[in-house]
Every structure is written in C-alpha cells, then in structure tokens.
Design a protein around this ligand. Structure first.
Ligand code: NAP
Length: 482
C-alpha cells in the first residue's frame, strides 16, 4: 500500500479515534499491554536475535513498555492532563466566557529507535503518548529489528480489534529513507517523533520545514552527558565512583543516549587515581555485541577518530577488535586536558558505544569554560559532597542551563518513566527543549491548546462543562478546583 493511502487512512481513523471516550482509550492501552505480555517469549526471542541484547535486558524493557502503557492509561482516566482552564463571563469588568483545553493534533508519525526495540519503538513511549492524547499513529519500523516490530504491531492490531477501536488507529510501515521522507512530507501528518542519530533527526526536521504546512519534529538525538567529579567526592569515594561509572559507561554496550561520555575533574592525584580505578573496573567488562553492524561500524570509526586527535591518550591498551562484522566490542577509555578540549571542537562529539573521555582541568575556571563549550545535553551530572556543593555553586548553576535533567550523585543511565521525568534538552540533544520523550509529560507533544469562546454548556467538551462531569482538576477563575 502506498504511503499516501496509509496517511489518508490515518486521517480518517483520527476523525473517529479523537472522539473515543478517555476511559475506552485507557482500556485500549491496557489491552495492548496485555497482548504484549501474551507474546512476551516470542518478542524476547525475536528481539534477541535481531538486536544482540540479552534476555534479561529485553524482559526488563518489556516490563517498562507495559508499565508505560498502564501509566498513560491512568493519566487519561484521571483526566486532568488536558489542562482545562475556565474564565467565566463577568459583567464588571466585562469579559466573555472563555475556556481552554488540550486537544490532539492529528495523525502522528513515529520512527522507532534501534537501541530500545520495545520501549522506544513500535509500542514505545512515542506511540503510547500519542495514542493517549487521542492521535492516530503510523510507525516507521526500525530496519534493525523489523521482525520484532511486526510482532509488536500484531499485538497492537489485536488490541485494536478487541477494544473496538477504529481500524487504522495504528499502522506499520517498512522501507528506507524514501518511505521516511514521504511520511514526514505527507499533508495529513501533523507531528513526528524520532529517536536516533543527529543526521537522521536533522534530515527529518529539514523535510518538515520544506512542507507547505510545516509541522513539528520531536527528535531525540543523544548527547555526551557530562559528569563533573567534584574534589572532595573524588578524595573520599573514588573506588565507589569508579565502580558506578564503569557499569554506566559499559551498560548495554554503551548504546544509551544517556551514556556518560565526558568525565570532568580537576587535574591532580585524586583525578589520576579515579582514572586508574575506572580503567581497572572497565577492563573487567567482557566485550559485547552491538545492536547492528552499522552502529558497530560507527562506534569503531568514532572511537578511532577520537583517539587520533592531538593530546587524546588512550588509557591502557586498545582492546583487540575482531574483524567479523558482528564481533563483540570491548569498552575503551581516553583522557585529555581541559586546554586540549577547549582547543578542539571535535572532542565535544558523541561516540555512541562503550567509550568515555576523561578531561583533567587546570582549575575550576577552566572546568567552567569546558562545560560552557559543551552543546545541549539530555543530562548533566554532579558527583559531590555537601562541602563540594557549597564551594562550587556556580558549576551547578551552569549545569542546569546545559541539560534537561541534572543529576546529583548518581549515574545518568536509567531513565525513570514517571510524571516528573524530563528526557529532553537543548539542541542537539533534541530539536525542542520544551518537551520530554519519557514520562507522562511526553503527551504534550501531540496536543495543542484550543479555546472555546462564548459556547453554551451543551456544546462544550465534557472537560469544560459547568458541572465538571469528569471530575478533573481545572483552573476556574484563577483557582484550582475539581
Ligand atoms: P538513524 O540512522 O538515525 O535511523 C533511525 C531511523 O530514522 C531509521 O528508521 C531510519 O530509516 C530513519 N532515517 C535516518 N535518516 C533518515 C533520512 N535522512 N531520511 C529518512 N529517514 C531517515 O539511527 P540508528 O540506525 O538507530 O543508529 C545510527 C546512529 O544513531 C548510532 O550510531 C548513534 O550514533 C545514533 N543513535 C542515537 C540514539 C539516541 O538515543 N539518540 C539511539 C540510537 C542511535 P532507514 O534506516 O530505514 O532508512
């Protein structure tokens, strides 16, 4: 079927799906979770073959995916997420009756991520938050796990039938770059969700801006996730920090957008000791297979490109890499100085995989300069004691301007799915720092505010009616009420 037909179907389905009651939409999301669980074994086996990820990780990711579905079901059942605002008519000063709420934008195109075959792919966060909002979804399957994606789509399709949702509420598309371009360019597409490379995210954004009617592309494109190791923290708990960060750098063969790729501290004995401990801990990690040969190739090229830079030194020996296209890769660690980092913009780039660069800065001023040159980030972490925190408040202030999530005394890998989460950040981490792609606030990407002025009660959506039939929290004449 052509992309044009698929998008037309998505638009027709939207006309019906947007009218489905929130309780039914919530039940639909829970039914998808049930259908995923029914297929769990097959999903894990298929994804294991396609992505090289171990069963334990894949099972954990299925739990995350079904939890996400349940959390969005809860959100829309409760209902206050629509941000209903009511300003009632007044005689003095004269004011019309004006009411506002969030409504779905229309059909959404989702590009599945390669590094999360479940939680950020076909039935992942983008799809689920869009369905919760009342948008229909067309998923562009990631080519690296096509069979997994199809199996997941089968689970969604069964849930559509069982829940009596409109046909084509979710559709599944395969194909290369051209199919992706056509999906973004199609006039019925109203927004795009993407997780992947900077080049991919920028290409999709460029297509969207070339349309007669431009649309938003919410692209999450990764980051180097700087971590600042404050002096007293390094003095007092270097061993524990080394263990924590060795695990974080090598987790999932480093294929996480929150992988800590840039480790900063002040030059001297404490930072040197930490470097030695970190390297010793990382060396113990067995080589791991990467998601697909393209990512493996990009990793080796990126890592070797970094190691070829002036004043970048490899710590230890370069791990031997077998020539087979899908052979496992071992993690590696490099080091440089603050001044070399400042002089060479290449060092700010992300190497997607098990690699991190330690940067020893001359003093706090240089460390601040290094942080200022780092581009927009998903996370920025602080490893510090109470004394460190009171001595270095300016560093913390800078870190909050850099990233969507600022973390105190924990590694950045591990992104909780919850209401307060921000998985986003200034460009190039994402294309729009005002939004998150993880957690319930991710729903805000697929809605727009609509204002109803002068409407009689019976013509208003339930969320805005006088007697508040949904019992949701609303801002009524500037006061929150239920
Ligand atoms: P990718 O190359 O960005 O591809 C992701 C999806 O976008 C695929 O479906 C791909 O389609 C599509 N796409 C990419 N460029 C496109 C274009 N110009 N026009 C239309 N569609 C396009 O990501 P990947 O294959 O997952 O991994 C490659 C690199 O991305 C990694 O080495 C890593 O650096 C980065 N990455 C980042 C994250 C993150 O968390 N931000 C996650 C995974 C990967 P087709 O391939 O089917 O044409």
């Amino acid at each position: 079927m052509s992309i044009d037909n698929i998008m037309q179907q998505a638009a027709l389905a939207f006309d019906r799906y947007k009218q489905v009651e929130p309780v039914q939409r919530a039940a639909f999301l829970e039914t998808i979770a049930g259908e995923i669980n029914v297929r769990r074994e097959q999903l894990v086996a298929t994804a294991g073959r396609e992505t090289n990820l171990p069963d334990a990780r894949l099972n954990g990711e299925i739990n995350r995916t079904t939890f996400q579905l349940q959390l969005f079901a809860q959100l829309i059942r409760e209902g206050s997420w629509v941000e209903a605002v009511i300003d009632r008519q007044r005689e003095t000063p004269a004011r019309a009756d004006i009411r506002r709420m969030l409504l779905p934008v229309g059909p959404v195109v989702v590009f599945g991520a390669s590094n999360f075959p479940f939680a950020f792919s076909t039935a992942g966060g983008d799809t689920v938050s869009a369905l919760a909002a009342g948008a229909t979804v067309v998923v562009k399957a990631h080519p690296a796990h096509g069979a997994t994606s199809l199996l997941m789509f089968e689970a969604i399709s069964t849930a559509i039938i069982k829940s009596d949702m409109p046909e084509h509420t979710v559709q599944h598309v395969t194909g290369g770059n051209e199919a992706g371009r056509e999906l973004v360019m199609h006039p019925s597409t109203t927004a795009v969700g993407f997780t992947g490379s900077l080049a991919g995210g920028k290409a999709l954004s460029a297509y969207a801006s070339q349309r007669e009617t431009p649309i938003p592309v919410f692209a999450e494109m990764g980051s180097v996730n700087p971590v600042v190791f404050y002096p007293e923290a390094l003095e007092t708990r270097a061993t524990q920090l080394a263990e924590t960060f060795a695990a974080s750098v090598t987790l999932g063969a480093g294929q996480f957008c929150t992988n800590p790729g840039l480790l900063l501290g002040l030059e001297g004995e404490a930072f040197n000791r930490f470097q030695t401990l970190l390297h010793a801990a990382i060396e113990k990690t067995a080589p791991q297979k990467m998601l697909h040969t393209g990512i493996r190739h990009a990793f080796l090229q990126g890592r070797d490109g970094m190691l070829a830079q002036q004043e970048v030194t490899l710590i230890g020996a370069l791990p031997e890499t077998a020539t087979a296209e899908d052979a496992p890769v071992a993690p590696s660690l490099a080091a440089t100085t603050g001044s070399a980092f400042l002089a060479n913009p290449h060092l700010r780039e992300e190497v997607f995989g098990p690699y991190a660069l330690l940067v020893a800065c001359r003093d706090k001023t240089e460390l601040l300069q290094v942080l200022k040159t780092v581009k927009g980030q998903l996370t920025s972490s602080i490893m510090a004691t109470d004394t460190d925190l009171s001595n270095w408040p300016d560093v913390i202030a800078l870190q909050t301007t850099l990233a969507g999530r600022v973390i105190l005394n924990a590694a950045p890998t591990g992104v909780e799915v919850c209401a307060a989460m921000v998985h986003g950040g200034p460009f190039p981490a994402t294309t729009d720092a005002r939004y998150t792609s993880v957690g319930t606030a991710a729903i805000r990407r697929w809605v727009r505010p609509v204002c109803f002025q002068g409407f009689p009660d019976q013509l208003l959506p339930d969320e805005l009616k006088n007697n508040n039939p949904r019992g949701i929290w609303r801002l009524t004449d500037n006061e929150f009420t239920r």
